[in-house]
Ligand binder design. Structure first.
Ligand code: PEP
Ligand code: MN
Length: 352
């Protein structure tokens, strides 16, 4: 990792930098944060003569060769001050609530329009709506391209930025061309490195964010953080980590709730964490507790499946969507708990 002294290098400085590293068989990947640009080295970055040459350039602060599994995502990386700004909303700074239906029903667009308006009134900052769905069975409803129009219409009516999942390169392209604000990588694709790289490449130079769900079978936290590193390594650091429960180890919840990993992620990485309590517990009646727990663990926000009439919804909505009135209470209370978390965090930091 090469960290310049100034936030941005001039084209001449960058060309010189590339020429020096090229002599040592290294290519540079530019990572453009909103505060500064840094350069990842692809190749053997520990060649001492090269490091000396680079550190001898008067516009270079340092060359970081810390050997840890992830570099760009590390808490001490220069990207730590990067903020994802979607529609003026700084994720990671303000508590962010994403809400809406699991799945848009192309036969009943009005439900989605009503849900969109209701979640806005309940205090949601962004609107979620599944256009394409990863379903366990190939015979289940897989989503529909027509739902993209419904998502965009809801965005236009409410002014809320929108989040939807993409599962292949073509869907990523369609989502970006349509102006989707955050692309979700679902739990089933969290280790699909080809897709992670593809999304990373396609969002370069755009303001789009990526919400990366934790995979159902993911083990160590580093595996999750490294999946995010795949996206960021392509050049855009707009990645958000989303714990959503892992393979269940007990009866009762749909998955094994994992909101508690938020504090651990935050010790290792600068990326904002938005917890998905809906897929974690899998039943509407438990969702409020999981939301408050996530806020207590310091999450930067929530993504909650919400529907004006869950029972008439499709996909996960009948069983796990909450109603907008419940969402309104959660928004109010989770924000209060999030403030309490920050007080404890400050106190504990002083004590340690
Ligand atoms: C969803 O958000 O509706 C979804 C399918 O999520 P996950 O990938 O976490 O199962
Ligand atoms: Mn769902």
């Amino acid at each position: 990792m090469i960290i310049p002294k100034e936030p941005r290098l001039s084209p001449e400085q960058e060309a010189e930098l590339r020429a020096v590293t090229a002599e040592f068989g290294i290519t540079l990947q530019t990572i453009t944060g909103d505060h500064r640009t840094i350069y990842a080295m692809l190749g053997d970055e520990r060649q001492q003569l090269m490091i000396n040459r680079l550190e001898g350039l008067d516009y270079i602060d340092r060359v970081d060769t810390i050997q840890q599994p992830f570099k760009l995502m590390a808490k001490d990386n220069a990207l730590a001050r990067h903020r994802i700004r979607i529609n003026g909303h700084a994720i990671g700074q303000e508590f962010t609530v994403i809400a809406g239906q699991c799945t848009i029903d192309p036969k009943n667009p009005n439900f989605f329009y009503e849900t969109a308006q209701a979640v806005k009134e309940a205090g949601a900052d962004l609107l979620r709506g599944g256009v394409w769905k990863p379903r366990t069975s190939p015979h289940s409803f897989q989503g529909d391209n027509r739902s993209m129009e419904i998502l965009l219409e809801a965005k236009a009516r409410t002014g809320l930025p929108v989040v939807t999942e993409a599962m292949d390169a073509e869907q990523v392209r369609l989502a970006l061309d349509s102006g989707v604000d955050i692309i979700q990588v679902g739990a089933r694709n969290a280790l699909n490195y080809g897709l992670l790289k593809e999304i990373g490449r396609q969002i370069v130079g755009r303001n789009t964010g990526v919400l990366l769900k934790r995979g159902m079978h993911m083990g160590q936290l580093d595996e999750f953080i490294l999946a995010a590193e795949y996206i960021v390594a392509q050049g855009n650091p707009n990645v958000i980590l989303c714990p959503r429960g892992t393979q269940p180890t007990l009866d009762g919840y749909r998955n094994h709730p994992d909101e508690s990993i938020t504090v651990l992620l935050k010790e290792k990485t600068w990326a904002p964490v938005i917890v998905d309590p809906s897929h974690s517990v899998g039943k509407a009646k438990y969702v409020p507790f999981a939301c408050l727990a996530a806020a207590a663990y310091g999450s930067d926000g929530l993504i909650v499946e919400t529907h004006v009439q869950p029972i008439k919804g499709i996909g996960d909505d009948p069983k796990q969507a909450i109603t907008p009135d419940v969402l309104a209470q959660i928004v109010r209370d989770a924000k209060a708990v999030h403030k309490i978390h920050r007080q404890y965090d400050g106190h504990l930091a002083l004590a340690s």
